[in-house]
Structure formats: C-alpha cells, structure tokens
Design a binder for this molecule. Structure first.
Ligand code: FRU
Length: 493
C-alpha cells in the first residue's frame, strides 16, 4: 500500500480507539494522532478547506502529512481523506506547512518538502517548496516538477536548511510566494519568489528581515488585508519576553502596514502579540465570500508536555476557534466568528446581580459553552471567574482593577504542563485597558478556554486538563460588584 492509503486506512481503523475524555466538541481536532499548524486555509467551490500538519500514527509529532477537513460555515467540519503524505523521494521526511489557493477550477497547494539526505544525521535536512493540485477538492496530485523552488534558489544571505512555510499571493497576472528563511545571521527573513504559472519560479528579493530584532527563525508567514491595511503575521522562535508580551518561547505576532510585492517590501508598524494565552501558534487566515478575514491558529505551542499524549489518549492538540479580524486604534481586534452563534442552545440569562463574595448561578455550568459577561467595576476592583470547577480543581480567570491586569490560570488543575520556558506556563497575566466596566466573551470546550476581552481587543487561548473534569462556574468578588448581564449558551454541533 502507498503511504497515503496506508495513513488513511490506519486512521479509519484506529479512530475508534481514541479516549474521548478531553476531546473538544466544537473545535477542529485530529481523529487520531497528532496535529500542529493549520495549512492551506482557503475557500474553494463554495466551501472552506482547512488542512493541518498531521502525524496519523501517534499522538506525537512525526513525519508530517496534510490532514484535510472542509466546512460550509467554519464551525462544522467534515473529515476528508488525508491530502498529502510524505511519499516522494524529495519529501519522504515530511510535507511541512504551506498555503492553499484557487486558480480557475483548480485547488492548489504549495508545501515544504522536508528531507534528511543522510539517514544517520537528523540535524542535516533540506527544505524545498513543492506544488500539488486538485480538481475535486479531495484528491491532490503532486507536481512532476517538484521541488519547484529548490535550495539552489536561496540567495547567499539565506541558510539552506531553514526555508519553509510558503504563503502564495496573487497580484495582477503574477503569483508571489513568501517563504520563511533563516538569514545567515541566524534570524528570520521572508524571501519572495514569483511565477506566472505556479510551476516556474524565480527569486525576487527579501520582503523583510529580523536582523535579530524579532526573535530567531520566523515560521508560517501570512499577509492579508483588513480594513484597508495590510497585516503581516509570523511566528518567531525564541522572541524574548517584553513586559507581559511574548512569554511563550514560540510566539505569534503581527505588523500592520503596507505590502509592496513589486519592490518587494513590507513597510510596517511595531509588532504585537496576537494572543495572550499559553497556547497559540502558526495562525493562517482566509477571506470569506462576504469579505471578512478569518484567522485560525494552532491552540498549542512547541516544547511542552502534551497531556493527552502523556495519558496515552491516542490524540493530541486542537485548533482555535475561527476569529473575525478588524483593526481599531492601530491594533488587531479578534472576535469569534459570527457563524458560531448558530450552534448556541439552552440560553440562560441573568441581569443586574449584586455580588459580594462567591456565587454560582442557576443554569450556568457546563464544559462546552459560551459565557458573555458585562461587569460593572465601579464599586469592586476585582473579579474572579472559575470554570470547569469541581471540589478540588478550577480554571481561574481573574481581573485585578488595581493592576488593570487579566490573568488566565490553570495552576489549580492537577494535570501539570511545563515547557522550555524558564518560568512556569501555568498562568499568564496581561494588561487590559478597561475603565468602569469589563466585557468578557468566554468559550470553554472541554480542554480549551478562549477568552475575548473587551470585544476582542485582547484574546487569550489556552488548553486545560482538569483531572476531575468538573463543570461548575463560580464567580467571586472582592467587595461589592455588579454583574450587569451574564448569558450562557451551550455550544454543540
Ligand atoms: C511551525 C512548524 C513549521 C513547519 C511545521 C512542521 O509550527 O515548525 O515551520 O513547517 O511546523 O510540522
């Protein structure tokens, strides 16, 4: 059997074996095995297609395949056969991240082939760029000309190993491919290649480079328009922590500015972190038919222990919810995609509740839900919301009015997560600019918590694995506090 058929039949056979305790209900997750980056996020033939880095055989990273799901509404995803397997001489050690675009009737993928030319030396590898095409959005055929961008086409300033994660854009009749590369100074840069036919590419120049100012190697570039501005996102490795930003050693950041592909140049702002959670990396975006820009990220990061793998549950990792992007005051604003509202049920609302101490509200509990709160902070300065609460565990969200900070914490859960960071990765605190009122939109999905603060000005996404798997929600105040309104919906597909 070839490697694609083998992977597909393995998943069919073993997906029944996954342990379901921590599987989210309305997020994209692998049926079996390991997932990382979203890939090829695109809209083709009236449906969204999302691929992802996938190791079908085990709940740990391994030779990468491209898993494939599609959806009409960005929430309810249908599993399709694995699109790419590492089955060629040039990509036998992995089909790494890349892009999905539509060219006429064709669905086109560009991915990075990963190869260890010397079987005994895994620190030596070659990364080159390859194409695959489909006319039905199910079966993808790799180009006979692969790799279409070889390492020979990397300029002298670029390292020949780290060269990956192409993002394709079209301008006029030309296709441009933006590819992450390590400069010989060790830090990230984006190389640009151009083509008229997606098969023959020429080197065009350097779009931008880090000069060691923005972490080390950059991964997974994306460029798109939002509210008339160009937004450039990358995932830099080892970006040093600065204040409350970039505290995960693998961060995802954005610049807002102007893209000039012809030059090529991205003239932009300072850079900001996309998500203030403990688990967010390598996002990709797509444009909806009605012109909205939607982003999905990998709700994990590298060099951590992955609890469902530790517990031998047969699967690991999930995507974030799809988020709608806009720009306000020079910053990216992210709101949960409006399509999610169609999956709300069992609505409970409480209004004007005065709280002094602790409170749980009737009808407000669960482990797959949305909670929207608006809290008056004039009298009390602090608020704590406990989610997934049982007798001994809880996931805690705290707003401190004195510090004007918001804290997500999984420290009060018994499953411990640690990473390469030289600090704990059990909680994360960030500054929020609120005055007399705070608005929170919270999504809990079994082992994921995403918090949208102040209408998406700040977002925090993290995974949680409480052993007791409680479903309680408890709110605490330090002094008198008024909850103007709290809405709860169960979310299910
Ligand atoms: C980012 C990344 C990419 C690479 C892929 C491999 O998370 O390291 O740079 O293409 O994952 O799975």
């Amino acid at each position: 059997m070839n490697r694609l058929d083998l992977a597909n039949s393995f998943v069919e056979q073993y997906k029944k074996e996954v342990k379901t305790a921590y599987r989210p209900k309305f997020h994209v997750i692998p049926p079996f095995g390991w997932m990382n980056d979203p890939n090829g996020f695109s809209y083709y033939n009236g449906e969204y297609h999302l691929f992802y880095q996938y190791h079908p055989y085990f709940s740990k990273w391994g030779p990468m395949h491209w898993a494939h799901v599609k959806s009409k509404d960005l929430v309810n995803w249908e599993w399709l056969p694995i699109a790419l397997a590492p089955d060629k001489d040039y990509d036998k050690d992995g089909c790494f991240s890349g892009t999905g675009i539509v060219d006429g009737d064709r669905h086109v993928l560009m991915y990075t082939s990963h190869l260890h030319p010397d079987a005994d030396n895994t620190s030596l590898y070659i990364q080159q760029q390859c194409m695959a095409y489909s006319n039905d959005g199910v079966n993808y055929t790799k180009s006979m000309n692969n790799p279409v961008i070889s390492t020979k086409m990397v300029p002298k300033s670029g390292d020949h190993q780290d060269f990956r994660d192409p993002k394709i854009l079209k301008a006029g009749d030309l296709w441009y491919s933006l590819i992450a590369n390590r400069n010989v100074d060790g830090s990230g840069q984006i190389l640009v290649y151009k083509s008229t036919d997606l098969e023959n590419w020429t080197y065009h120049g350097i779009l931008c480079r880090s000069c060691n100012q923005v972490g080390e190697m950059w991964e997974c570039p994306d460029v798109f328009q939002v509210d008339g501005k160009d937004v450039f996102t990358i995932s830099p490795m080892y970006l040093p922590q600065k204040g409350d930003a970039f505290s995960n050693i693998y961060s995802a950041v954005y610049f807002i500015g102007e893209l000039d592909l012809e030059k090529p140049e991205f003239a932009g702002s300072d850079f900001y972190e996309i998500d203030y959670g403990l688990d967010f990396y390598a996002p990709q975006s797509v444009e909806t038919p009605d012109g909205r820009r939607i982003m999905i990220g990998w709700m994990q990061t590298w060099e951590r222990n992955y609890p469902t793998d530790d517990m031998k549950h047969g699967w690991a990792c999930s995507m974030t919810l799809p988020r709608e992007l806009s720009i306000a005051d020079g910053r990216l604003v992210q709101k949960p995609a409006r399509e999610l509202r169609a999956y709300r049920s069992n609505h409970v609302n409480h209004k004007n509740i005065e709280l002094n101490g602790s409170l749980s509200l009737s009808g407000i509990e669960g482990n797959a839900l949305e909670l929207d709160l608006s809290v008056d902070l004039k009298k009390s300065k602090s608020l704590k919301i406990q989610l997934l609460k049982s007798n001994e565990e809880s996931v805690d969200l705290t707003y401190s009015g004195e510090e004007k900070t918001f804290t997500f914490s999984r420290a009060n859960t018994k499953t411990k997560i640690s990473g390469w960071e030289d600090h704990q990765v059990e909680s994360r605190t960030f500054h929020v600019d609120v005055q007399d009122k705070i608005r929170l939109q919270i999504f809990v999905d079994v082992s994921t918590v995403e918090v949208f603060v102040e209408g998406g000005k700040y977002v925090s996404s993290s995974t949680v694995f409480p052993l007791d798997r409680g479903t309680g929600v408890e709110i605490h105040s330090d002094g008198l506090l008024e909850i103007e309104s709290i809405d709860k919906w169960d979310i299910g597909i």
